[in-house]
Design a protein around this ligand. Structure first.
Ligand SMILES: Cc1ncc(C[n+]2csc(CCOP(=O)(O)OP(=O)(O)O)c2C)c(N)n1
Ligand SMILES: [Mg+2]
Length: 779
């Protein structure tokens, strides 16, 4: 609820305060600044000999630096004031401000515009300062377009007010506290990796990563894991050039950070170089930040810059700060307004007169207001299609050409150790072996690809799927991570930011869940919030689904993919056999490369080692390695027709049935189809969906209409599984024309041992449900 621009009101009866209390603190802070400067009008000020000479006691800081920093601070301040004015007219939609944090302008000044920055939402002054370093950016206009949620906003196009810019190397952040820290660390780790691998990006070799956040944010598990990951890498002498900037205003919305908490925690934290400055004082902030940035840049190490600031104007325009702070406390904070301190400094140093400060302040107010007026008249997003345009880019022809492109032949011969050892020349194999060959080929094809996760290197990952990759491609490209899924995914996002093509692995689906926000909140939202100007492509490999006997229990048998299917733009691929897996991986890498997409590739662990289909040693679930060039287009399913002898037997009671399924369900349904055919004279065709998000609706409808009787076999849970969407689709699109039933897993965790079979669909259930469906009279 907007609370701005309310007239002064009396405090509540009995409040005991004599003076009138203005709830609009933006107005109060604004007036206080002007009144303070007015008290200094007419003072005689000495002029320094030169604006470009260092101010002697302050090292390299010049008068020009101070004046420009002050100007950036004022820009940020007026933007905050304007955001509240716009909100009060219902012309602006975002009021979280930077007031009190304007000292971060110094970080903007002392880092380069090519030091990629993942920033806190109070970064108005940092951005204003960074904008000086690039030409052609009208920072004030762009910010106002963001507040107005106009489709002209150059970064998010009206999808959110984010700090972000392509020329300034500031990828936009979502509002989830701390979720940008792992990817900032991932970017820092990837800077050197990319250079070592010869992968081109525009960033100079000595770039650093800037990552800012608030004090309360440091308590978040995701922030802690990022500090830990940076320190873990630094402990091993790996380069991690990241500048963490903690903007400590002592509070998170209404919860105070205990005194000394940040300093006590980080001053002596292993692996982090700690610096502290009073962020209200430009001179101190400048000299400390300079040292911090130099340490980070020269020593390529994680640095923790602790800036003590103050939060003014509440958490946001909608925040009634009076619910948790007294007027005295609010006024005490306002007395620390950094703009007052900066103006005082300029007077003291004789750099500006009060007249000049007032003129500058009012000139910037005018500029911001004019930009706001302009922005409010600019177009907004007006249709779902417009909103979603950058969400999920897909260029099928280009993707197909890319998927078809073979890896270098000579390199294949070298890596596979001879012509005769090329995998397509080997006998049919099970899925784990074929995926392993497929990954070798993909790492040959994409020199910018890296593969990483827990235990993927020497051990060779789950069921040896990654065996030999480190030996073939080196630890620089195939490496173990520390045990933390958030870091694995953050590393992947960061790698994508600097031109690498990451193939992270999560060991089991169950362990995806504790890190899922990195995909939902961060990776998949980036193209949306940046108008597809920033991309973090990846192919996330996850071993998943149920029926795993070797290592049971719910951790290793997870069939909950609702949380993945719920993510807008995430592609989910799930193969049921080895040759499909290889061909689908080729398409996945191509979609990541060409369209910047994020893809979850869920391999059914239970089928990794499966070689047979109907009888032991029949070898019917082992397949030849698909030669390079073969791929399965995104969305294309597979149809296994019923056996010809069943279909043409002349028995009128034979009915046709389509079983819609995927992953383990394909294997089970094919076995069930054999029973149906042989014991019950029912001809069932089995359809493998292969791609679970988004579902290929046209294909599903077409398959359903082929027999008009459909059994959906979903090893996912009854709630949140694929069957829900499939059934809804068939109801919606086929009306009464299709008779449909489903078989799903129960809504439970999967138990250890044979009891697992009680809760997952099995082939007997498929037979039973098929017969029930066929026995049912038409609707
Ligand atoms: C994961 C998550 N939980 C809760 C929130 C709601 N929230 C937004 S800002 C904020 C406080 C952050 O405080 P701090 O990090 O100190 O930054 P400040 O606003 O003080 O600059 C909270 C709890 C959120 N955005 N994300
Ligand atoms: Mg705070």
């Amino acid at each position: 609820m907007n609370r701005t621009v309310r007239e002064s009101i009396e405090p509540p009866a009995g409040g005991g305060r004599a003076k009138r209390f203005n709830l609009n603190r933006a107005q109060v802070v604004d007036r206080s600044f002007v009144e303070f400067v007015q008290t200094r009008l007419g003072e005689e000020l000495r002029k320094p000999p030169s604006l470009t000479e260092p101010l002697t006691p302050y090292g390299e800081l010049t008068g020009q630096d101070l004046i420009e920093l002050f100007e950036s601070q004022i820009i940020a301040r007026h933007q905050d004031i304007a955001s509240r004015e716009m909100r009060s007219r219902n012309e602006g939609f975002y009021t979280i401000g930077s007031t009190g944090h304007e000292g971060n302008a110094v970080v903007g000044r002392l880092t380069r515009h090519t030091d990629i920055a993942f920033v806190h939402y109070r970064s108005g002054a940092f951005m204003a300062e960074r904008a000086r370093k690039v030409s052609g950016v009208d920072f004030v206009k762009d910010t106002m377009l963001g507040f107005a949620a106009s489709s002209d906003d150059p970064i998010a196009g009206g999808r959110h007010k984010v700090w972000g810019s392509v020329p300034m190397w500031v990828p936009p952040q979502t509002s989830t506290i701390a979720s940008h820290l792992p990817k900032a660390v991932g970017t820092a780790l990837s800077l050197h990796r990319a250079k070592r691998m010869g992968v081109h990006n525009e960033l100079p070799a000595d770039s650093i990563v800037v990552c800012s956040f608030g004090d309360a944010t440091t308590n978040h598990a995701v922030a802690q894991t990022a500090f830990n990951a940076a320190a873990w890498a630094a402990h091993q002498h790996l380069p991690v050039p990241i500048l963490f900037v903690c903007e400590d205003n002592g509070i998170g919305i209404s919860v105070e950070t205990p005194d000394g908490w940040i300093e006590q925690n980080y001053r002596n934290r292993r692996g982090l170089h700690y610096f502290q400055a009073n962020g209200l004082d430009l001179v101190e902030t400048y000299s400390v930040t300079k040292e911090a940035v130099e340490r980070c840049r020269e020593q390529r190490c994680p640095v923790f810059l602790h800036l003590k600031v103050v939060r003014l104007l509440g958490h946001a325009g909608s925040d009634a700060e009076t619910e948790y702070h007294t007027l005295e406390e609010i006024e005490a904070a306002e007395a620390k307004d950094p703009l007052l301190a900066s103006a005082e400094l300029l007077f003291r140093e004789g750099l500006m007169t009060a007249d000049e400060v007032l003129a500058l302040y009012e000139r910037i107010r005018g500029r911001v207001r004019a930009a706001a007026e302009y922005a409010c008249k600019r177009p907004k997003l007006t249709s779902a299609a417009e909103v979603m345009a950058p969400l999920a880019p897909f260029t099928p022809e280009k993707v197909a050409a890319e998927a078809r492109r073979p890896p270098d032949r000579a390199e294949r011969v070298r890596i596979f150790k001879g012509e005769a050892q090329l995998p397509e020349k080997l006998p049919p194999r099970h899925m784990a072996a074929l995926i392993n060959h497929g990954l070798h080929d993909l790492l040959i094809k994409y020199p910018e690809a890296i593969l990483f996760g827990e235990d993927v290197a020497k051990k060779g990952g789950v069921y040896h799927v990654t065996t030999g990759l480190t030996a073939a491609f080196g630890l620089g490209r195939v490496f173990n991570t520390l045990l933390d899924e958030t870091t694995i995914l953050g590393t992947a996002i960061g790698a994508g930011h600097v031109g690498l093509l990451p193939i992270p692995e999560i060991q089991y689906l169950a362990y995806y869940h504790n890190a899922e926000d990195q995909i939902r909140g961060e990776a998949c939202s980036l193209q949306f919030f940046s108008k597809d100007q920033y991309r973090n492509p990846m192919v996330l490999r996850i071993a998943g689904w149920g029926y795993q006997k070797g290592f049971g229990g719910h951790f290793h048998n997870d069939n909950s993919i609702a949380v993945l299917r719920d993510v807008p733009s995430l592609i989910i691929a799930t193969p049921s056999r080895g040759d499909d897996a290889v061909k689908m991986m080729r398409t996945c890498l191509a979609m990541a490369k060409i369209d910047g997409r994020v893809i979850a590739f869920i391999a059914p662990i239970a089928l990794y080692m499966t070689k047979d289909l109907h009888e032991p040693k029949d070898g019917r679930w082992s397949f030849p390695y698909p030669p390079p060039g073969e791929f399965i287009p995104f969305g294309e399913g597979a149809v296994y027709p019923s056996e010809p002898q069943a279909r043409g037997s002349g028995n009128q009671s034979i009915e046709n049935l389509t079983i819609l399924t995927f992953a383990n369900g394909v294997h089970k349904s094919l076995r069930a189809a054999k029973t149906l055919r042989e014991k019950h004279k029912i001809a069932a065709r089995v359809v493998d969906l292969r791609w679970l998000n988004p579902l290929n609706e046209a294909f599903i409808i077409e398959q359903a209409m082929a027999t008009k009787r459909v059994l959906v076999v979903d090893e996912g849970r009854k709630t949140g599984g694929v069957s829900e969407t499939t059934m809804a689709l068939l109801c919606e699109k086929c009306g009464g024309a299709v008779r449909v039933a489903r078989l799903t897993a129960h809504d439970t965790y999967i138990p250890l041992g044979p009891a697992a079979d009680c809760v997952l669909p099995n082939e007997h259930d498929v037979v039973r449900r098929a017969m029930e469906l066929l026995a049912k009279p038409p609707a």
